[in-house]
Design a protein around this ligand. Sequence first.
Ligand code: GLY
Length: 337
Amino acid sequence: MTLCKIRSLSLSILALCAVGAPAAATERPWSLAVHGGSGVLERSELTPEKEKAYRAGLDAALEAGAKVLKAGGSSLDAVEAVVRTLEDNPLFNAGKGAVFTAEGRNELDASIMDGATLKAGAVAGVTRTRNPISLARAVMEKSPHVMLAREGADLFSKEQGLEQVEPGYFRTEERWKQLETWRKDHQAMLDPTHLFGTVGAVALDQAGHLAAATSTGGMTGKRWARVGDTPIIGAGTYARDGVCAVSATGSGEYFIRETAARQVCDRIAWKGEDVQTAADQTMASITKIGGDGGLIAMDGQGRPAFGMNDLGMYRGAISSTTPTPRTAIFSNESSPR
Ligand code: GLY
């Protein structure tokens, strides 16, 4: 073989390598933020064991979402994975561990939104789906609707082949005791035990798409098929590519009245506020009308923001630049950046 032929062969091999087997793809930026409810207890009331368990629950949820995003998966898959993890964790008021209605039932609400297409799905008052967030996603992807409620949503869930559980699956003794306390002490008022609940996630994937998801059992002692902000797109959940993604937690009636999740995004899009200012100003508007709680938000570049007017919010973040889970609970503790 002549020198010339050898040279042309090696060039062909090089060209083949360049086309058929590119060097390991560079990871593009991704980002994820989660919450496990607002309100929290006084620092002195949260035992070290419980605090550790909450932080471990948030870490596990962050890791589940990060695994999806790191591998190049979609923000929609990531927020669903995060929320499923928290729904399966009995510490949080969503899925297993949800609070009870006045009649002693668990009625679950959830929603999800895709920032790329503005498609959304939501369910309210479901009683038999192990992971209501996956049912919300099925509503978005497998039905022509945005929201299904109660028996109809339960039926759709079964038809879609989602995992069904006996209603007793959601029960925990701690939540039952909270209902008993509510029955003795509160009755009929909006009860502060909502302070222990709702979970959610916002994410930016490597393709630059945003998504948001939220799930809850609502508030202890809810009656008359009460529905909070969680399954209401624009109140408890919102996502729009290039602008922001939001998931809220707190006294849902007030988040509905202030269209909280959409408000954060509109403040960014129309007023040019940065994501933290938009989150803080939205929480200020909720405080003004008497509501309490918090929200997580993420801008189009994946910068997370945490806003709250309670003693705290179980929260965390992880990203391609800081790929270790970071969590915070109390309001006087710095939020992860
Ligand atoms: N934020 C949850 C609820 O009010 O139901």
